[in-house]
Design a protein around this ligand. Structure first.
Ligand SMILES: [Fe+2]
Ligand SMILES: [Fe+2]
Length: 275
């Protein structure tokens, strides 16, 4: 099975890049399943129902989120109505929506996706390691699903790497989101799990993590907020990771980063059968 995970979509620029490029990428690379992190899709802060629908229409089989999930208050209303929408699983009991779900990929495989948030330099949520363990006890590769994708939305590289090793051999892919900067450490861990500390963002990289530079610079240099943060509106680059899994074990066979658009060094996976 072939999976694509795309990092945090930031604002209109990120959304345009997704809608213009994702349908072609799905065809060209024979993608069976696509996960997109959409936590910054609406003006950099949260996601609306309309934008969620647009991401799904463009080819996202699952839209994950993170600390910005409720920035658009309407998300509290629609979260329960969309199977394809996930919020971090380790929010308190009673939080709207769901933190994991099993989906049927285009090749018929059942894919468990779990969205979980780290604790270091983040909100004090339930323990992410316990939360993921509970889910995998109920549904694991060969027992309820054929592949497992974990979006660990966290600030600290250490926590994301710990999650990768914690789940090595139990997940097809453990991938970090939230920092909006792609790391160069994509690899298959010794137990067979694909891992990347942070997948980066789908947004305008001529920016401060997707936002227009003026206000972040003002805040950094004067320590005084001068206005709202707004997404940068230049051409966006897509940043993601493509993973091919073994249909029997559900573990990773090969992986390659995807970076399409300005600023970043371009990279498009070539698994030998691109159309
Ligand atoms: Fe983000
Ligand atoms: Fe975030």
């Amino acid at each position: 099975m072939r999976l694509l995970f795309l990092g945090d979509v930031v604002g209109r620029a990120g959304r345009v890049a997704i809608s213009e490029r994702l349908p072609d990428l799905i065809r060209k690379h024979h993608l069976d399943f696509v996960v997109v992190n959409g936590e910054n899709a609406a003006g950099g802060f949260g996601i609306t129902e309309e934008i969620l629908q647009d991401l799904i229409s463009a080819g996202a089989d699952c839209v994950t989120t993170g600390n910005h999930v409720w920035d658009q208050r309407e998300a509290l209303q629609f979260a329960d109505r969309y199977d394809r929408f996930l919020r971090p699983i380790n929010y308190p009991p009673g939080t709207p929506g769901r933190g994991s779900n099993v989906y049927t990929a285009r090749n018929g495989a059942r894919v468990l996706v779990i969205n979980v948030m780290g604790l270091l330099f983040m909100q004090a949520l339930d323990d992410p390691f316990q939360a993921v363990s509970r889910e995998l006890a109920a549904c694991s590769i060969g027992h309820g699903c054929d592949a497992v994708v974990i979006d660990i939305h966290a600030e600290a590289s250490s926590e994301k790497q710990a999650m990768g090793h914690f789940l090595d051999g139990k997940a097809s892919l453990v991938i970090g989101t939230h920092t909006h900067v792609p790391t160069a450490d994509w690899r298959i861990l010794s137990g067979g799990t694909a891992f990347m500390t942070d997948v980066g963002m789908c947004g305008d990289y001529d920016s401060v993590i997707g936002m227009e530079k003026d206000e972040p610079l003002r805040r950094s240099t004067t320590k005084i907020a001068g206005g709202r943060l707004a997404p940068a509106q230049g051409l966006a680059a897509l940043s993601g990771l493509m993973v091919e899994t073994d249909d029997t074990t559900g573990l990773a066979r090969r992986l390659a980063p995807l970076r399409i658009g300005p600023v970043l060094d371009p990279a498009e996976p070539d698994f030998g059968d691109a159309r």
